[in-house]
Design a protein around this ligand. Structure first.
Ligand SMILES: Cc1ncc(COP(=O)(O)O)c(C=O)c1O
Length: 384
């Protein structure tokens, strides 16, 4: 039986060859350092685990989760949004998600009709494109260029494109470039969304992993709720990727659309996980601060070492990643294959995030500092 045309239109998995090489190297007993995956290496902080032990023991948490999130969870989100961004959110302006990815990939199903355009940052998280294609939409790349501080050039997008646009994805702090966006850019983006009546979906799972200034929320802007939905996640802020919990906040119509899709697709996040996530949002600023400081220290150590070797590293501002220029004229895949072959290190080729990423590679800061030193030593072996 053939899969349908929408699934066939998904981009091929371009890491196949690199993955095969990595697996073969591991099978051959080589000591491979994996700097490829953006999955925190440290466990969830112990106070969160202790809290969950209590939540999981309560029989009232064992049945189907209710609606778009438990009252306890939604109230915690409302308080967190107020405290963190001074943004007031009502009960109908938020919903619990099975991680941000759940919201990202389902939003297009709520709002796209066949042929609608979705503007997608390039380089960008692959879920924006796959969600669009599965919903029958047309993904169009918005290049993020170094000369524009990795912000899309919104004035350069033709009016005919904007007229057919239903969703524009933004993602700040940005994976993979680690760039941040400010109020001026968000105001410009919102003015286009108002003029051409499209949704801005701002994906913010790295909102708490910043190194200098805390990121702002687009919902701080007057009138933003008519057009903006934001996605937040517990995954990176609290080392909770495996728990699968995050949330969406935005205008009621946008939340309702996403809610309608999800109500027909899944039955929500385990209530005990929601209860612990709610407690975490309200009680674990200290843990979040420690995790933020850890990535900052790793980012600084790695950047210093790479720059000393002549690599051009974009100044890390946030996230778990370094975005580094591929040396010489190599393409990103060829360079990353060389790094695996000659230094036993896995890094991600920028092409995996879109065509505009092909002059770069991404390093995940998900190893301890002694392994960062080891990685830097090994990188010296790569013949450029
Ligand atoms: C930009 C971006 N959005 C969304 C996600 C998914 O986050 P979650 O674990 O909350 O589903 C990731 C995960 O790496 C990401 O990098």
């Amino acid at each position: 039986m053939e899969i349908n045309n929408r699934l066939k239109s998904l981009p091929p998995y371009i890491f196949i060859e690199l993955d095969k090489k990595k697996k073969a190297a591991i099978a051959a007993g080589r000591d491979i350092l994996n700097l490829g995956i953006g999955d925190p290496d440290r466990p969830t902080p112990s106070r969160i685990i202790d809290n969950f032990r209590e939540s999981v023991g309560k029989p009232s948490n064992h049945q189907y989760p209710i609606g778009r999130g438990s009252a306890v969870f939604k109230q915690a989100v409302m308080k967190w949004m107020k405290k963190r961004f001074d943004v007031g959110i009502t009960d109908s302006e938020t919903m619990c998600l099975i991680g941000a990815k759940d919201g990202i990939t389902h939003l297009p199903l709520a709002f796209l009709n066949p042929g609608d355009i979705v503007l997608i940052p390039d380089p960008g998280y692959p879920g924006y494109t796959s969600g669009t294609l599965i919903a029958g939409g047309v993904p169009l790349a918005m290049p993020l260029e170094q000369k524009n501080n990795f912000l899309p050039d919104l004035a350069n997008i033709p009016a005919e494109v904007y007229e057919q646009t239903k969703i524009m994805w933004l993602n700040y702090p940005n994976n993979p470039t680690s760039a941040m966006a400010g109020l001026e850019f968000y105001e410009e983006a919102l003015s286009y969304a108002e003029k051409y009546d499209f949704i801005i979906a701002q994906d913010a799972p790295y909102s708490e992993i910043y190194f200098n200034t805390p990121p702002i929320s687009m919902l701080q802007m007057q009138g933003a709720k008519d057009h903006v939905i934001e996605f937040y996640s517990m995954s990176k802020t609290y080392n909770m990727t495996g728990w699968r919990v995050g949330f969406a906040v935005g205008g009621e119509k946008l939340i309702n659309g996403l809610g309608l899709v999800k109500e027909n697709m899944d039955s929500g996040t385990f209530t005990a996980i929601q209860e612990t996530a709610a407690w975490t949002l309200l009680n674990c600023d200290e843990e979040a601060g420690q995790i933020r400081a850890l990535y900052k220290s790793r980012a600084q150590a790695f950047t210093k070492g790479l720059r000393a070797m002549g690599y051009e590293v974009l100044e890390p501002q946030a996230t778990l990643y370094l975005w580094v220029k591929v040396p010489g004229n190599l393409k990103s895949m060829d360079f990353c294959t060389k790094v695996l072959d000659e230094a036993d290190i896995v890094v991600t080729p920028g092409i995996g995030f879109g065509l505009s990423g092909d002059r770069y590679f991404r390093i995940a800061l998900t190893v301890e500092e002694e392994l960062i030193s080891k990685a830097l030593d090994r990188l010296k072996k790569v013949k450029l």
